[in-house]
Design a protein around this ligand. Structure first.
Ligand code: C5P
Length: 227
């Protein structure tokens, strides 16, 4: 039977993953965080010394690309997933600023995108999915059943992300987070391959003034009408 795909794209730190997880849990679908896959490749690049003084050595990374194995471990009971890099859970290694500052650069590399898009499509053969990212409705699954495009003011997003990082005990400043978000928006929307764009038939959710519950209800109504 054909599996259902719900694509959620949008700018950085719009709360895509929070609502995507909640929808997946409610619908008993599998949630896939495609951003985590780009983050895991970035973590790998840092660990394997592909950055020298903050400058990426593309050739070094491309030579090692076939050594990177990315998978998700799904817990059917809790519906939660963890990202595995070469068999190791790296969930706690990929969310900090050192990865956030480098990930958008890694995500411009066509060979990296090709590898991850193949994995993302494979996952949709096996499960009904909710996947969030930047190019899910436009490139990975142009035929997705439902597409959402999430946005919010850059200040609002930075505030939310800053609070999240503080709660995790990461030492950073609001300005650093704000600049990182603006920088990632800039790279993500202007890159040559698979830039962040709203797919033509995506439903736009601007959550600047919406609570998590409000946006969840709006999105669930759209999904329930479709199913
Ligand atoms: O979703 P998250 O903010 O964790 O994604 C981190 C980065 O990975 C994004 O800023 C973007 O550069 C890249 N990304 C991408 N395509 C996706 C998901 C993420 O280019 N589908």
């Amino acid at each position: 039977m054909k599996k259902i795909v719900i694509a959620i794209d949008g700018h950085s730190s719009t709360g895509k993953s929070t609502v995507a997880k909640r929808l997946a849990e409610y619908l008993q679908f599998v949630y896939i965080d495609s951003g985590a896959m780009y983050r895991a490749v970035t973590f790998f690049a840092i660990q394997s010394h592909c950055f020298k003084n903050d400058k990426l050595n593309n050739t070094a990374l491309l030579e090692k690309l076939h050594d990177i194995d990315i998978d998700f471990q799904f817990n059917n009971k809790t519906q939660k997933s963890r990202i595995l890099l070469n068999g190791k859970n790296v969930e706690d290694n990929i969310r900090g600023m050192s990865v956030s500052e480098r990930v958008s650069q890694i995500a411009t590399i066509p060979e990296v995108r090709k590898k991850l898009v193949t994995l993302q499509r494979d996952m949709a053969h096996k499960h009904n999915i909710v996947m969030d990212g930047r190019d899910i409705g436009s490139v990975v699954f142009p035929e997705a059943d439902i597409k959402f495009f999430m946005t919010a003011s850059a200040e609002g997003r930075a505030k939310r992300r800053f609070e999240e990082l503080q709660q995790k005990g990461e030492t950073t400043s609001f300005n650093e987070v704000f600049e990182n978000i603006q920088n990632r928006d800039q790279i993500d929307t202007t890159r040559k391959h698979s830039p962040l764009i709203k797919a033509e038939n995506a439903i736009v959710i601007d959550n600047t003034n919406l609570s998590e519950d409000e946006q969840f209800k709006i999105m669930l109504k759209t999904v329930s009408d479709y199913l």
